[in-house]
Write a protein that binds this ligand. Structure first.
Ligand code: C2O
Length: 545
């Protein structure tokens, strides 16, 4: 195994998109940021130097961080933010994960532009469980605002309303030639006749689940979230923010230009969304001869924005291809509602923060607790050093009120209560969490991400989860192993894992606006017995608040 050293300089850099230049926060002046390429078993050492005017942290999305929770990154959960002019070195080893992950800022809305791919190849001497592709191309799907995304977020927080939707989607940072002033930079993805290209597709958009497709080319899915899958073919992918999918495409079409396209999967009814389409161009290498004859690349068909049937068919095709160790017995049986809320504003509340429907403001919660980050220390530091008063451990294992979660219930049924509450898990406990969407305000497909773990998705369905009826349908044989589950709109998903990694692990919706509104909690996994079941001591340069 190797150790890779990198330096990430976070700083404002002029970036021109949609005809305008913005002072954009980037890493090493690149947008998207640098791609990290390592092998399973390698160690990464990344020194992050903050030359921007915002606090920042970097999260290594999907990396298990076994016993190295101090390197996980979410601000005020595992560390205090890296302040301007300061630095912090993240150090961790990748064990047993292979495929595509990514890294992103985990502070405010900085991840709108501070993100990049993290590619983990098999150990040296090992090979992929599929024929070696001739090429590999990371595909980072993103969202672009024609203004500073931090300001968009701050404005929404100030008013208690939903933030403005993005002005474009991007592929590897470029909107593509369907947008104004964008044809020159359009991302080109190469392929040649008879070749295979492994596309490592990452949804790094802030707030939008996305469909993805390639004109005239079948997509063979071979992995997701750095776990291998039994290969299956599909015409279209759907990725919630945070999710990755590895697909093979074959150069089996006449040499030409084909659009690669992505646009919104929008499951929330009556909610504003960016309904534009981003494109890249799949270009056969031999095409330069015929380029002059080809006017426009061939455009693929994308599903309608609300096509939940396509999403369901796609996610139900996922099957793990190796090493399935799904717990069959359960020690902790948790039921978490995930959804939005509207809070009435108290009479003395500043009116400008209550500009939601009928003088309310938007919130979100798990089991009616709207998560509030501490602001002067991280939860992991407080837990590790036994500092009281930072959080409580009374996060409810079940919702405080049972109701028809996906029915036509009143918007005022419950008002999320703000709190910094964690749920404690004993080392080694076998955990099941039912994630149940709620329809208060609106039901929606929520991409729920757990830090520090991969989990098995043993079932998903629509309506209210019914333990008696639905447990018989659990897949305990070859369920997919992921770090982010797209909980179906008006439905539920059941995940299982063994709590074998001590630390403070954020569980949250990866639609960033929902984190702002409180759709998060922390799973606090206690140390086991001895050194190898305990978190390592914190690094010396861990930022202080
Ligand atoms: Cu990819 Cu807590 O995030």
């Amino acid at each position: 195994p190797k150790t890779h050293h990198h330096e990430f300089i976070v700083e404002a850099t002029p970036v021109k998109r949609l005809c305008k230049t913005h002072n954009t926060i980037t890493v090493n002046g690149q947008f998207p940021g640098p791609t990290l390429e390592i092998n399973n078993g390698d160690t990464l050492v990344v020194k992050v130097i903050n030359k921007a005017r915002y606090n920042v942290t970097i999260h290594w999305h999907g990396i298990r961080q076994m016993r190295t929770g101090w390197a996980d990154g979410p601000e005020f959960v595992t560390q205090c933010p890296i302040r301007p002019k300061e630095s912090y070195t993240y150090k961790f080893t990748v064990v047993g994960q292979e495929g595509t992950l990514w890294w992103h800022a985990h502070s405010s809305w900085l991840r709108a532009t501070v993100y990049g791919a993290l590619i983990i190849r098999p150990r040296e001497g090992d090979s992929y469980p599929f024929p070696k592709p001739n090429r590999e191309t990371p595909i980072l799907l993103g969202e672009w605002w024609d203004t500073n995304p931090i300001d968009v977020m701050r404005e929404a927080t100030r008013t208690g309303t939903a933030p403005n939707v993005s002005d474009a989607y991007t592929i590897n940072g470029q909107p593509g030639d369907l947008y104004k002033c964008s044809s020159k930079g359009t991302t080109i993805v190469p392929i040649d006749s008879g070749e295979t290209n492994l596309l490592r597709v990452i949804n790094s958009a802030l707030n939008q689940p996305l469909f993805f497709t390639v004109a005239n080319h079948k997509l063979t899915v071979v992995g997701a979230d750095a776990s291998y899958l039994k290969p299956f073919t599909t015409k279209v992918l759907m990725l919630g923010p945070g999710q990755t999918t590895d697909v093979l495409i074959n150069g089996d079409n006449p040499p030409s230009l084909y659009y690669i396209a992505s646009r919104a999967y929008q499951s929330a009814q009556n909610a504003a969304f960016d309904n534009t389409t981003t494109t890249a161009i799949l270009q056969y290498k031999s095409t330069h001869h015929v380029l002059n004859n080809v006017k426009k690349p061939l455009m693929p068909l994308l599903p309608p924005y609300n096509d939940t049937n396509t999403v369901t068919a796609f996610s139900r095709s996922f099957r793990s291809s190796r090493n399935v160790e799904v717990p069959t017995e359960i020690d902790e049986n948790l039921f978490f509602t995930v959804g939005l809320g509207l809070n009435k504003c108290p009479p003395n509340f500043r009116a400008r923060r209550c500009q939601g429907p009928n003088g309310t403001r938007f919130t979100a919660s798990i089991n009616n607790v709207s998560f509030v980050l501490p602001n002067n220390i991280s939860i992991l530091q407080a837990h590790h050093f036994g500092i009281p008063g930072v959080f409580t451990t009374d996060f409810p294992a079940k919702p405080p009120l049972k109701f028809d979660y996906t029915g036509n219930v009143s918007r005022s049924l419950w008002q999320p209560i703000p709190g910094t509450k964690a749920y404690k898990l004993k080392f080694g406990s076998r955990v099941q969490i039912v994630l149940q969407d709620t329809s208060i305000v609106t039901s929606e497909n929520h991409p729920i991400h757990l830090h520090g773990y991969d989990f098995y998705i043993v079932a998903e369905g629509f309506g209210n989860f019914n333990a008696k009826k639905d447990s018989s349908k659990f897949n305990l044989v070859d369920p997919p192993l992921r770090n982010t589950v797209a909980v179906p709109v008006n439905g539920w998903a059941v995940i299982r894992f063994v709590a074998d990694n001590p630390g403070a692990w954020l569980l949250h919706c990866h639609l960033d606006v929902h984190i702002n509104w409180g759709l998060a909690t922390v799973l606090l996994v206690e140390n086991g017995v001895g050194k190898f079941q305990s978190i390592e001591p914190p690094p010396k340069d861990l930022p202080l608040c």
